[in-house]
Design a binder for this molecule. Structure first.
Ligand SMILES: [Zn+2]
Ligand SMILES: [Zn+2]
Length: 155
């Protein structure tokens, strides 16, 4: 299966409701801060840096300190509700957090949009090539930089 999933089309409220159901089913707490952090990440099609979240949160609630925000992000990562974009040191929301997956990320360098790429063929190729070296892989995730379809078509 090869498919890319856009982050923008699903309304933020849907993503939040989905996250609430998921956390309830898993018996974990989506606290108001965790929920707000998720909302801020999900409301953007581009990756969001922790300090941008912190700046936003500090205008709303002066008790939002960096460790609190990082703990909230760790929780969201653990639950698969957001993905970390290592090359940008930032985060994007995931629209299908029900099943754990190592999504490859397509990063548009013009508009900042981040899309997920799920490809069994890519996963298999990486696993096979890595195994051939004797290296034991724990996880492998590609971050591909370029232009999204919309920007590639634009003049
Ligand atoms: Zn995802
Ligand atoms: Zn773009």
């Amino acid at each position: 299966m090869t498919a890319s999933h856009r982050h923008a089309p699903a309304p933020v409220s849907d993503a939040l409701q989905h996250a609430e159901r998921l956390c309830a089913a898993r018996g974990v707490r989506l606290t108001p801060l965790r929920r707000r952090v998720l909302e801020l990440v999900q409301s953007r099609a581009e990756a969001v840096k922790a300090y941008d979240l912190l700046a936003q949160l500090s205008t709303e609630d002066h008790t939002a300190k960096p460790p609190t925000v990082y703990r909230a992000l760790d929780f969201l990562l653990e639950q698969g509700l957001v993905h970390r974009v290592d090359s940008l040191n930032a985060y994007v929301g995931c629209n299908h957090p029900d099943t754990p997956h190592a999504a490859h990320l397509l990063l548009c360098t013009r508009c900042g949009r981040v899309e997920e790429l799920h490809s069994d063929a890519v996963d298999a190729a990486i696993a096979q090539a890595v195994a051939a070296t004797g290296f034991v892989a724990r996880h492998a995730r590609l971050e591909v930089h370029g232009l999204c379809a919309r920007c590639a078509e634009a003049p």
